[in-house]
Ligand binder design. Structure first.
Ligand SMILES: Cc1cc2nc3c(=O)[nH]c(=O)nc-3n(C[C@H](O)[C@H](O)[C@H](O)COP(=O)(O)OP(=O)(O)OC[C@H]3O[C@@H](n4cnc5c(N)ncnc54)[C@H](O)[C@@H]3O)c2cc1C
Length: 377
């Protein structure tokens, strides 16, 4: 009989960040992933949009800012532990408006954010190419977020996985959790496709698939998959260095070697990871309007992934409402890469019973969805 202190279901950035922090503290921990670890995590753009994502007060804002601030140290830590460089790039992000209506909304976001951080700049259309020469002046204005950096998401996912193993975690890939084992309202372990495993604590961090496992407990967690398609383009000539984000959600993230990651469509309620012509055409049209140089590029790759989105768009982090020892950590939606460093630390402190962390995580408690009536999206 294989027994651990803690089992984590799901080997994406969220599950592996938690496993890494627990293993570092000497907890015996195992991670199970149904496939190769990390689904959404391997598909992500890697933006650390702690300011880009927020237009008004939100319980997640302070946590997002703190998590973004952890990246320089995390890069060094993961590099020395695993040899993997997560390619943190610190050129910042330009968010653009296309129409007068976008401009009004962006002005409101600018006022909200710049009150907290005076480094944020408003750019009139003619100022945009001065900051990023590859961009056109045919926008309706933009904001410059110098501190919203980016990483290469698949490398971050691999580095968290390797760091967790290095710290002592056991990782089982191609090992699907099929059932939670519960005795007298307490979790005791899980049944998987490779056998049964036991633990006093289990955390479900299975991304968009988390609610499937939890359904057996009688708790209907309103987390849905939101499909996102992406492509990457290689440029030979001039290339932008800043991330460019349009108000309609299309973005271009410049990676190493002039590789431009272009994302992402948004299709709710879909686990499908096929890439459609419609999706790629719409991304290419929107992206090349912002950065005409993209038309000279060579298409390198296309892919799709599924974001885990909770009904209120906030992550779900904390204890299952009525099963002792069972924790849930999912719903990071468009920001799981950004939030992965702090999530691992918060969940480690949470399961260790830290009262301050329990208070901090109150807005994200799974119990907010604990009612008999199904929640509507
Ligand atoms: C196209 C796209 C672009 C994105 N861009 C960004 C971005 O720029 N910045 C950002 O911060 N975030 C971004 N995100 C969001 C981010 O990728 C996610 O929020 C994050 O990866 C979620 O991590 P996770 O570990 O919860 O999920 P996943 O990475 O999906 O990992 C969950 C894992 O659980 C496993 N699993 C499922 N069921 C079981 C089971 N029964 N047993 C065992 N294992 C199971 C799956 O195989 C999977 O590996 C993007 C997402 C997408 C799809």
């Amino acid at each position: 009989m294989k027994t651990y202190d803690h089992i984590v279901i799901g080997g994406g950035v969220i599950g592996c960040s938690i496993a890494y922090r627990l293993a570092k503290e000497g907890v015996s921990v195992a991670v199970f992933d149904a496939g190769k670890a990390g689904q959404a995590s391997m598909a992500a753009g890697g933006m650390l949009g702690a300011q880009n994502e927020f237009e008004r007060e939100n319980p997640l804002l302070d946590i997002a800012l703190e998590s973004r601030g952890m990246f320089p140290q995390l890069r060094d830590e993961l590099l020395s532990n695993t040899g993997i460089d997560i390619e943190l790039r610190t050129a910042g992000l330009i968010k653009t408006a296309a129409t007068e209506q976008d401009r009004d909304e962006l002005r409101r976001q600018y006022h909200f954010l710049s009150e907290k951080d005076p480094s944020i700049q408003w750019l009139e259309p003619e100022e945009v190419p001065e900051i990023e020469p590859c961009m056109t002046s045919r926008t309706a204005g933009a904001i410059l977020l110098e501190k919203d950096h980016q990483v290469k998401a698949p490398l971050l996912a691999q580095a968290f996985l390797k760091a967790a193993i290095h710290a002592g975690a056991h990782v089982y890939e191609e090992a699907q959790a099929v059932r939670l084992l519960i005795q007298q309202d307490r979790i005791v372990g899980i049944d998987t496709s490779i056998g049964s495993f036991y633990a006093t604590q289990v955390t479900v961090a299975a991304g968009a698939w988390s609610s499937h496992l939890l359904a057996d407990t009688g708790f209907s967690l309103p987390v849905i998959p939101v499909k996102g398609e992406c492509l990457s383009i290689r440029l030979a000539g001039p290339a932008p260095v800043k991330t460019v984000f349009a108000a309609d959600g299309c973005y271009i993230v410049p990676k190493r070697n002039k590789e431009m990651l272009i994302g992402a469509t948004s299709i709710p309620d879909s686990f499908d990871t096929s890439v459609t012509v419609r999706g790629i055409l719409s991304l290419l049209q929107r992206a090349s309007r912002l950065l005409p140089v993209l038309s000279d590029g060579e298409i390198h790759r296309t892919w799709a992934g599924v974001r885990p989105q909770a009904a209120d768009h906030l992550p779900v982090m904390g204890a299952h409402p009525f099963i002792g020892g069972l924790n849930i950590c999912t719903g990071h939606y468009r920001n799981g890469i950004l939030l992965s460093p702090i999530t691992g630390i918060l969940m480690k402190d949470y399961v260790n019973g830290c009262q301050e962390t329990h208070k901090q995580l109150t807005p994200f408690a799974p119990a907010r969805f604990w009612c008999q009536v199904p929640v509507k999206f």
